[in-house]
Design a protein around this ligand. Sequence first.
Ligand code: NAP
Length: 288
Amino acid sequence: MKKILLCLDSDPHPSVFDSVVALDADVDHLLRHGGVTPADVRDLVHGAMFTRGSSHLRNTALFVGGSDVQMGEKLLAEAQKAFFGPVRVSLMLDSNGANTTAAAAVVAARRHLPLGPETTAVVLGATGAVGQRVVRMLAQENVEIRVASRRLPRAEGVCHRVAQAVSGARLTPHSTESTDAASLIQGAQLVIAAGAAGVQLLDTSGRKAAASVQVTIDLNAVPPTGIEGIEPTDKAVERDGQICYGALGVGGLKMKIHKAAIARLFEANDLVFDADEIYALGKRIDGP
Ligand SMILES: NC(=O)c1ccc[n+]([C@@H]2O[C@H](COP(=O)([O-])OP(=O)(O)OC[C@H]3O[C@@H](n4cnc5c(N)ncnc54)[C@H](OP(=O)(O)O)[C@@H]3O)[C@@H](O)[C@H]2O)c1
């Protein structure tokens, strides 16, 4: 039976990137919808769940995308509300690649650093789709996290949402307008920059001045990159005593995780792949 992926995207145009990855992960047909709001979800999902018998439902799955991860969470919740009993299909949320990119970054970090209560991380650009998920995955590992945004209320919002998802999360919000990024990374062992494309958040002298930092990861590939001096292709490259990854250096693992998650969706009709599941999958793919 043909594998069908229903793509619900909160942006006006459904993501081309997500469609290509799904086809490369052996999905046969994509049903792509853009500009999807929570009110649209139930009827769209009913079309996916009532058309195939229960033994064939695992051949249909649902993917939620779009640039707004909080809207993605609402669409995911609406889809789950539409199901009843065994009449359901598997789901994946990856708004703007948030879960798969964050998982790849955190998995890359754990190759070099024990992630746990002894580790302090700084997430720059933490309020975007990717940054929020980086914070959440690090929180799951009980890392102490400094959550940075230009504006304090936005950083506080991320801390609030992650604390709701991960009990005991150790988070402090910071405004980079009152404490610059160079000062914020002092004493931390891990820095992950998840700022917008083409925006530099930390310069070379600031990065070098933080002697405590062991691993530095920049997810922005578009010049100027998020952390000056890190090349997009860096993959565990040592620079000034720090292990550095650039966006393309993390991108290979992100693609592996993304494709593997799509493929897994079709193994059963009751799976949900959100932050926790995608991070766990990333760790399995990368090995112990
Ligand atoms: N390597 C990969 O495989 C991969 C995959 C997907 C995405 N990415 C990259 O990951 C990064 C994060 O993606 P995203 O979608 O989460 O990003 P985003 O939402 O576009 O931006 C993240 C944050 O950057 C901050 N920002 C925006 N404009 C800024 C400016 N002019 N100056 C300073 N800060 C600014 C904002 O935070 P505040 O307003 O709160 O300060 C924003 O919330 C992007 O660079 C994207 O290209 C990489």
